[in-house]
Design a protein around this ligand. Structure first.
Ligand code: FAD
Length: 425
C-alpha cells in the first residue's frame, strides 16, 4: 500500500473559501479532540489549509480550525491553568537555538519548540527541550512555548551578543555541545539568524544538515527544495534547519523552563566585524518580505496622506484588491489570495473590510491592527488591536505624532474627529 497522502483538491478549495455554501458543514465535521488532561488538542492535520503548491499552512488566528476567532476566545484560553509538564532527570536534550527577533519569540521559534517537544517525547528515555537564547531577551514565558530548560546569555565576557556575531555564538554552542551533547540541534531556517547560524554550526560539526525541513520524526525528514516544488526525503540528521509550520506550537502543557548552568567559553578574537544594519527604502522591499506593512483599502480617501504616513512610519505599502482595481495602487502591492501572501510582524490595515480573499493573504502576520469605521467587519474580528475611527483622522493624528516625535514640538490637529481618534488609539 502506498504511504503517499492523497490530496482532495475540491475539499481544499472549500476549506479555503469561507463563503462557499459547503464551508460551514465541512468545518463543523472537524470536531476538536479533547486531550487526556481535559484540554482541547489541535489536530495539525485538520487545522489550516493546503496551499496550491501542496504546502500546508497553519491557521494562526484560530487553532481549532472552525470559523474565526472572536475577541472572547483568547481570554478564555488564558484563564484555564495548564498542567505542568516536568522532566526531573533528563537523560538527554533536544537543543533549540531560538531567533528571538527583538528579544521575543517569533511564531517560527514557537513552531520549532513544538517540534522539539515531539522529538523529545519520541525518545525512549526522558529528554528535555533545551531552549538557547543568545542576546537580549524580553520574552517572559519560554516555559509556555515548550522549554524544559533554558540557557540564556546576553553577553560573552564583555562582548554583547546583539547584532551579527556568529563566531561568539558558535563558541557558546561548542561549550553547550561539550557539556550537554544534545541529541538534536534545531534552528529556525529563517533570515532572522537561524539559517546562518545553523549552517555554520552544521559545517563546524561536520554534519549534513536538513534544510527547509517541514516534516520531521525521529526516523525520517522531509525537506522542501526546488523553489518549494520538490520534497526531499532523508533519514533525520542531528542538525535541522526547520521551515515555518514544521509543527504546531505546544498548547496543552506549560513547561518548567529551568535555567541550566554554563561556564562561559574562553574569549575569542572575532574576525567578523558587524557594521550595523543598512537602511533601505521600505518602498523597495518586496511585500512578501516586509516586516511592517501599511495597507489601504476602499475606506481610504486621501491617498497623498496615506503615502506620507507610510514614509514617516517607514512602512512598506500594501493594498486591497479594490484599491488596486480602482487604480490607486499598483498591482504588485495587492495583498491577498490573488495578490501576495505576506508575513509581516505588524500589518496595519486601514479601511479594509477583511474579505476572505484578503484575510488569506495575511494569515501569517503576527500582529494585525485595523482602522475602520465598522466595528463589526471581519478585519476588526481578525485584528489584535482596533481603532474605530475615520481613516483620514487617524492618518492626520499619526502624522502629528511623528512630527512631534521628530521635532519635539506639539502640533494641534484641526481634524474634527481628532479627539476620538487619539482617545481610541
Ligand atoms: C477571485 C477573487 C479574488 C480576490 N482576491 C483578492 C485579493 O487578493 N485581495 C483583496 O484584497 N481582495 C481580493 N478580492 C476582493 C475581495 O473579495 C474584496 O472585494 C476586497 O478585498 C474588498 O476590499 P476593501 O476591503 O478595500 O473594500 P470594501 O469591502 O469596500 O471595504 C471598505 C472598508 O473600509 C471601511 N471604511 C469606509 N470608509 C472608511 C473611512 N472613512 N475610514 C475608515 N474605514 C472606512 C468600511 O467600513 C469597510 O470595512 C478577490 C475577490 C475575488 C472574487
Amino acid at each position: 500500500m502506498s504511504l503517499r497522502i492523497r490530496r482532495n483538491p475540491r475539499l481544499e478549495r472549500i476549506r479555503r473559501n469561507r463563503l462557499h455554501p459547503e464551508y460551514t458543514a465541512l468545518m463543523a465535521a472537524t470536531v476538536p479532540a479533547i486531550g487526556p488532561t481535559g484540554l482541547r488538542r489541535i489536530n495539525p492535520h485538520q487545522t489550516g489549509f493546503v496551499m496550491v503548491q501542496g504546502r500546508k499552512r497553519l491557521n494562526r488566528l484560530n487553532p481549532g480550525g472552525v470559523g474565526f476567532a472572536t475577541s472572547s476566545q483568547p481570554g478564555q484560553a488564558q484563564a484555564k491553568e495548564k498542567p505542568l509538564h516536568s522532566v526531573t532527570d533528563p537523560r538527554g536534550y533536544v537543543a533549540v537555538v531560538m531567533d528571538l527577533p527583538g528579544g521575543r519569540l517569533s511564531s517560527h521559534d514557537r513552531d520549532v519548540l513544538g517540534l522539539a517537544q515531539q522529538l523529545a517525547q519520541a525518545k525512549d528515555d526522558p529528554h528535555a527541550v533545551l531552549a538557547i537564547a543568545l542576546g537580549d531577551v524580553r520574552e517572559t514565558d519560554l516555559g509556555g512555548a515548550g522549554a524544559d530548560r533554558v540557557i540564556q546569555l546576553s553577553q560573552l565576557h564583555t562582548e554583547p551578543l546583539t547584532g551579527y556575531c556568529p563566531e561568539l555564538k558558535l563558541s557558546i554552542l561548542t561549550e553547550i555541545e561539550k557539556h550537554y551533547q544534545p541529541a538534536y540541534w534545531l534552528f529556525p531556517d529563517s533570515i532572522d539568524g537561524g539559517a546562518d547560524l545553523g549552517s555554520r554550526w552544521a559545517v563546524q560539526q561536520h554534519e549534513r544538515a536538513a534544510v527547509q525541513a517541514w516534516q520531521v520524526n525521529k526516523e525520517n525528514t522531509v525537506c522542501r527544495g526546488g523553489s518549494q516544488l520538490t520534497d526531499w526525503h532523508r533519514p533525520t540528521p542531528r542538525v535541522l534547519l526547520l521551515a515555518p509550520e514544521c509543527a504546531a506550537p505546544v498548547e496543552e502543557y506549560r513547561y518548567e523552563a529551568l535555567p541550566l548552568e554554563l561556564t562561559p567559553p574562553e574569549p575569542i578574537s572575532a574576525t567578523i566585524e558587524d557594521r550595523g544594519p543598512v537602511s533601505v527604502d521600505p518602498s523597495q522591499i518586496a511585500l512578501s518580505e516586509a516586516e511592517f506593512i501599511l495597507a489601504a483599502g476602499n475606506g481610504v480617501r486621501n491617498w497623498d496622506q496615506f503615502h506620507q504616513v507610510a514614509t514617516v512610519l517607514g512602512a512598506t505599502e500594501g493594498a486591497s484588491r479594490v484599491a488596486v482595481d480602482d487604480g490607486y495602487m499598483p498591482r504588485h502591492r495587492q495583498v491577498g489570495a490573488s495578490g501576495t501572501w505576506v508575513s509581516a510582524r505588524v500589518y496595519l490595515a486601514v479601511g479594509i473590510s477583511g474579505a476572505i480573499q484578503h484575510l488569506q493573504g495575511i494569515g501569517q502576520c503576527e500582529t494585525v491592527i485595523a482602522v475602520n469605521l465598522d466595528a463589526g467587519c471581519d478585519m476588526v474580528r481578525r485584528a489584535d488591536l482596533t481603532v474605530i475611527a475615520d481613516s483620514e483622522a487617524v492618518f492626520a493624528e499619526l502624522l502629528n505624532l511623528m512630527t512631534e516625535r521628530q521635532t519635539g514640538v506639539s502640533h494641534q490637529s484641526d481634524t474634527a474627529d481628532e479627539g476620538e481618534a487619539r482617545h481610541v488609539a
